[in-house]
Design a binder for this molecule. Structure first.
Ligand code: NAG
Ligand code: NAG
Ligand code: NAG
Length: 337
């Protein structure tokens, strides 16, 4: 890290116009995780180095979630955590409401019901549209109005025909319960497992449903893709799919964020997705896919730092994002002189 950062900053700071500072910050923002849409879905592991690499300074990854209301201690708190309320029990839990209110202020978005149109065996929450609408209005909508003003998402359905049917019935139930407001949302979370063309088509359908065809007032809803992969294919096909997908999603205005599934080692991949979706090899080196996801500053085979054991070491090895940005700003200011 730049040795002369820190105490020299104030005097130089005063001699630079606010506009220059803004320009520098904007420049930095473009080249770092701050402006990135990229995140990861964290299934849980004790491979500290893998998590360190994902959240390291040059990584474009800016957020993660773990299908749970609380962050995972194995992941650095330097990146934004997005909580998720999985099903009906979680939605009505006062304990979870308290956990949410205690999250760091960097957590601003709240995901709701995970794959309600899917079975519990496959990680879904199996909720009828009617029950979901009732619970959403009673328990999720109030999070928008509390002290923290969470931005809330509609339930994230599977990327199948069932998903769209479920959303239509959910919307109908919402307006049956609340004729005026239905189920308000600030963004939409989608899942996609399949080829690139299908992804583009599914996103187009959701944009039509929520924005183009909807009579809802207000700004268009942005879409987050919170589960994304090409399952059951070989490495080459998977890399090609990701290679088409990343620039597409980065450019698509109504997509706000996305998370590839998954940030795990090949031997931790589930049978259904197959090994080729993994960002890490069994030895902790980045796969070709992993290197593609992390961008130019990373290479295949690269490993993270730290102990590969559950010793709670991950947190202390990582520097705080705010101070990193401060040091970067300082470095740029100095190099301008
Ligand atoms: C949007 O409206 C068009 C025209 O009515 C219709 O054909 C299409 O199926 C609708 N899309 C969705 C996702 O409901
Ligand atoms: C939901 O239902 C309402 C009331 O029928 C309708 O106005 C709206 O377009 C529907 N779709 C969405 C996405 O809100
Ligand atoms: C990704 O696509 C670009 C062109 O869009 C191509 O130049 C590059 O070789 C591709 N990379 C991989 C790993 O397929």
């Amino acid at each position: 890290m730049t040795p002369h950062a820190g105490h020299h900053l104030p005097s130089h700071y005063r001699s630079i116009s606010p506009r220059t500072i803004l320009a520098i910050t904007a420049l930095l923002g473009l080249s770092t995780a701050q402006s990135s849409k990229r995140g990861f879905a964290y299934v849980g592991n004790t491979h500290g180095p893998d998590n360190q690499l994902l959240t390291s300074d040059n990584s474009p990854i800016r957020w993660y979630y773990n299908w749970a209301p609380s962050p995972d201690p194995h992941v650095s708190s330097s990146i934004e955590f997005t909580p998720l309320i999985h099903g009906l029990d979680e939605a009505s839990s006062e304990q979870i409401a308290r956990q949410l209110s205690n999250l760091p202020s960097s957590s601003t978005h709240l995901l709701s019901f995970n794959e309600p149109d899917g079975s519990t065996e496959s990680g879904g929450s199996s909720i009828s549209p009617e029950d979901a609408a009732r619970s959403y209005i009673d328990h999720i909508v109030p999070f928008r109005e509390g002290d923290r003003k969470w931005k809330i998402s509609h339930p994230s359905v599977t990327g199948s025909g069932n998903g769209l049917d479920w959303l239509r019935r959910f919307n109908e139930s919402c307006y049956e319960i609340d004729e005026e407001n239905g189920c308000p949302a600030d963004f939409v979370a989608a899942h996609w497992y399949g080829a690139f063309d299908g992804l583009a088509s599914w996103l187009g359908t959701l944009d039509e449903f929520y924005n183009k065809n909807s009579s809802r007032d207000g700004d268009d809803l942005k879409i987050w893709i919170t589960e994304l992969a090409l399952p059951q294919q070989d490495v080459q096909a998977t890399v090609e799919m990701m290679n088409s997908t990343l620039p597409y999603l980065d450019d698509l205005e109504y997509v706000e964020r996305y998370a590839w599934f998954g940030a795990f080692r090949a031997d931790d991949a589930n049978e259904w997705t197959g090994d080729a979706v993994a960002l890490f090899e069994d030895d902790g080196g980045l796969t070709e896919l992993g290197a593609l996801y992390l961008g130019d500053k990373f290479s295949e085979g690269q490993k993270g730092e730290g102990e590969d054991e559950d010793k709670g070491a991950a947190g202390t090895l990582l520097v705080n994002w705010q101070s990193t940005l401060m040091l970067l700003v300082t470095a740029v200011i100095f190099s301008n002189y």
